[in-house]
Each structure stands twice: as C-alpha cells, then as structure tokens.
Design a protein around this ligand. Structure first.
Ligand code: F6R
Length: 256
C-alpha cells in the first residue's frame, strides 16, 4: 500500500484530485468511483478548481445508498452525489449511477448495478473514505471479502456517526445498499482519504493491522494499486510513519 501523509486535509484533497485529473487527461481514468461523506469533499473542491475539461466526460458510480429514503430526500446519496459531485463537476447525470435503495426488488437492483459497472468497463479509480468502524463503502465489520453489491444493516456506530446529517438520530436508515468488498477490490486503482483523530485507529488497523473482516478496510492490503492519503491526525496511530514519509519524499521521478 502506498501511504502518503500530508500537512492538511486540503492537501489530501489536492493530492487525490491531481491524480484523478491526470488520469482523466491521459485517458487512464474514464470511470470514477465516488464516495459520499465528509472525507472526499476536499477532493471534489480541488477538482472544481482544477477545471480539467476531461473530468466532464467521466462516468461515475457511487459506493452506496440508504434503503428507504426517497431519492429526492436531501440526504439520500442520490441527492448528495448529484449536489456535491455531479453538478459542480459538470458530469452528465445520465452517466452518474447510484445504487437504487428504493427498488421494490432490492437484490435485482443490486445485480443490475453490478452489471452497469461491468458494462462501463469496470471502475478505473475508486475514491474511498473509512468509517471509525473500519468500514469502506457500507461494508461493516464481518462483511465478506468476496461480497458484491447487496443490502447491509448499518451498525449503531455508523448510524450515530451519520446522525449529524439528519434532524434526529432515529431518522438515519437502518439499512443500506452498498458495493461489496469484492466489487471495490475490482477497481483498478484505489485512493482512500482520511482526516482527523477520530479516524486514526481505523486507519492504523486498515494499513498495519492483520487482514481481517473485523476491519473491512484492511482488505486494501491485498489491492495492487491502493494509496491511502492522510492528514497528520489520521496518521497519528501508525507505527511506520517515518518510513512512509521517507518513501514519499524519495519517490522516483516517474511517480511524481
Ligand atoms: C460513503 C461511504 C462511507 C464513508 C465513511 C466515512 O459513501 O461509503 O464508507 O466514506 O463512512 O465517512 P466520512 O467521510 O463522512 O467520515
């Protein structure tokens, strides 16, 4: 895993945005996996500032969606992705896919979502955040490493963490539809971003802990092209910090 520790959350966003933008320009990224939540917001702002024309041509797939929130609810991921990613970046709404959490037949909708990803040629770069529980997407602890898009039950911790987006904690849905860990691992490149002390433990478990379904993010240790970009607080429980900093400083010129 490539581990990059930068000085601020804004720098974390700039780093990821530059990679995405270069990939869009050189044609290696045409399908982008997008995440909701607070962590990737600096990436989307930086992409807006960069104004790379090729970004507008991207196809996007969201990681997850709540079950039971109407699509037009302001906190449905359908609304969030369109408001915070698709519109500001000028993506074609027809090419922005969010799992359907309101489908009558949810398993069939999950299968269709997987087929849509496959038909688009797979995800070139997946943006990820990580939950304090270690989840990526909404793959909560004990999720199968082989899982594909499906319905999951949110943990009490995730519901409490996401209550900040709702008027009351009870409003946070109990269930979600999420890309599986197997789906996420099929992306050709992954960039996970994390900022703040509240992520430090999950980050350390994902990067340096044993690969275990109790910390779903630890599966990224098995990905051939995963980069984790952190601010100093999110990196504060890592053991090999000096090594990561030295490696990044001395990275070969073709990686700059
Ligand atoms: C969002 C998602 C989640 C979040 C994670 C961190 O689509 O799948 O895994 O990335 O819960 O959320 P924030 O960034 O709000 O701390």
């Amino acid at each position: 895993m490539e581990v990059v520790i930068l000085k601020t959350g804004a720098e974390v966003g700039d780093f990821a945005a530059r990679r995405i933008s270069l990939g869009a320009e050189d044609g290696s990224i045409s399908v982008l996996g997008v995440a909701t939540g607070s962590s990737p917001l600096p990436i989307y702002s930086a992409l807006r500032r960069l104004r790379t024309p090729a970004i507008e041509n991207l196809t996007a797939f969201a990681l997850d969606e709540y079950v039971g929130l109407p699509k037009d609810h302001p906190e449905s991921y359908h609304s969030v992705i369109h408001r915070e990613v698709a519109e500001p970046l000028g993506l074609d709404p027809e090419k922005v896919h969010v799992p359907d959490g309101g489908a009558k037949d949810l398993p069939a909708a999950c299968t269709r979502f997987e087929e849509n990803i496959r038909d688009a040629g797979g995800v070139d770069l997946q943006i990820l955040g990580i939950g304090a529980s270690g989840h990526i997407g909404f793959n909560e602890p004990t999720s199968s490493f082989a899982s594909r898009t499906r319905v999951k039950t949110l943990t009490a911790k995730t519901r409490a963490d996401n209550a900040r987006f709702f008027e009351s904690p009870e409003e946070v849905p109990l269930h979600c539809v999420t890309q599986g860990l197997g789906t996420i691992m099929a992306a050709r490149q992954i960039i996970l971003v994390a900022q703040g002390k509240q992520k430090a433990e999950a980050v350390a478990r994902a990067i340096e802990g044993p690969i275990a379904s109790m910390c779903p993010g630890s599966i990224l240790q098995m990905h051939p092209a995963a980069t984790v970009v952190l601010d100093p607080d999110a990196a504060s429980q890592l053991k090999l910090t000096d090594y990561y900093i030295r490696t990044y400083k001395n990275r070969p010129s073709w990686q700059r």
